[in-house]
Design a protein around this ligand. Structure first.
Ligand code: PMP
Length: 293
């Protein structure tokens, strides 16, 4: 059965949800987006995702033709129209239809769409056994270029890194920044555990400040675990006690092998396992309801 899509003020069947080939979102990757999850009739961290969308849009001088409240309602109504209580939501604001030149002044109105769908997850065995990942030659975008803090439609570096992972037969890639410090995975943030401390790269390392990342840092602090945002290298990952990734789609997923080095004991460690459990419990407690209870 096809989905109902929100597109520029209307809810339309998937086959009718069409955007122009002159949209600069398509021609130039000129736009911003969010990936959001719903769990058990609630949209997890909806406010945080909407805020990040508007902050990304501000950074690229893109005016969104809806208020934050209206945008939140678009997300909830998209889920309702599809009768979804859980799933993955993709919210996109593209620069809109222009001409073939890249000047955005030719794009009179942003294109806004929202897709609510069910989600394909990593198989449960990866949460039990952990992932093998590699670091790849493609570097994360420079902060001074198109900042990785902007969740823009320009994901080509991430796509290239994913292809490099695919070529090596692993599911995920770690990107380093220009200085060789660890930044993040293609669609997830990275954490290591060393001597009972949780360490993750700071925003200026060239990362997207993940909402899952922030949630996991809070959950760790609630457990009395010390959390540090600091730069680290591949060496620090190889010699970490534990390693995991966080993201809306993957949630908290253990990493047990990086560039052929076994991390810790080669199985998900106690801190990772605790945070997976805490996160899975916490997701049911946050966010506005989709349907009245
Ligand atoms: N880094 C990148 C590059 C991402 O695309 C994502 C997914 N949005 C993340 C990190 C994780 O962010 P979040 O926890 O907000 O999904």
């Amino acid at each position: 059965m096809g989905l109902i899509i929100y597109l520029n003020g209307e809810f339309v069947p998937e086959e009718e949800a069409k955007v122009s080939v002159f949209d600069h979102g398509l021609l130039y990757g000129d736009g911003v987006f969010e990936g959001i999850r719903a769990y058990h009739n609630r949209v997890f961290k909806l406010k945080e995702h909407i805020d990040r969308l508007y902050e990304s849009a501000k950074a690229i001088l893109l005016e969104i033709p809806l208020s934050r409240e209206e945008m939140a309602e678009v997300v909830l109504e998209t889920m309702r129209r599809n009768n979804l209580r859980e799933g993955y939501i993709r919210l996109v604001v593209a620069r809109g239809k222009g001409d073939l030149g890249l000047d955005p002044r030719k794009c009179s109105k942003a294109t806004v769409f929202c897709i609510g769908a069910s989600i394909t997850l990593y198989p449960e065995r990866f949460y039990e056994e952990g992932l093998e990942v590699i670091t790849v030659p493609t570097r994360r975008n420079l902060n001074e270029a198109s900042s990785p803090r902007i969740k823009s439609l320009n994901y080509l570096n991430n796509v290239l890194a994913k292809i490099e992972a695919n070529l090596h037969g692993v599911l995920e890639a770690i990107l380093l920044n220009q200085e060789g410090y660890v930044a993040e995975a293609t669609g997830d943030n990275i954490f290591i555990v060393k001597n009972d401390r949780l360490i993750t790269p700071p925003p200026y390392a060239g990362i997207l400040e993940g909402i899952t990342r922030n949630t996991v840092m809070d959950l760790a602090r609630k457990r009395g675990i010390q959390v540090e945002e600091k730069l680290f290298t591949r060496y620090d990952i190889f010699n970490a006690d534990e390693c995991f990734l966080t993201g809306t789609a993957a949630e908290v997923i253990p990493v047990v092998k990086v560039d052929g080095r076994i991390i810790g004991n080669g199985v998900p460690g106690p801190v990772t396992k605790t945070l997976i459990k805490d996160f899975r419990e916490y997701v049911y407690t946050d966010g506005p309801f989709i349907f009245n209870e």
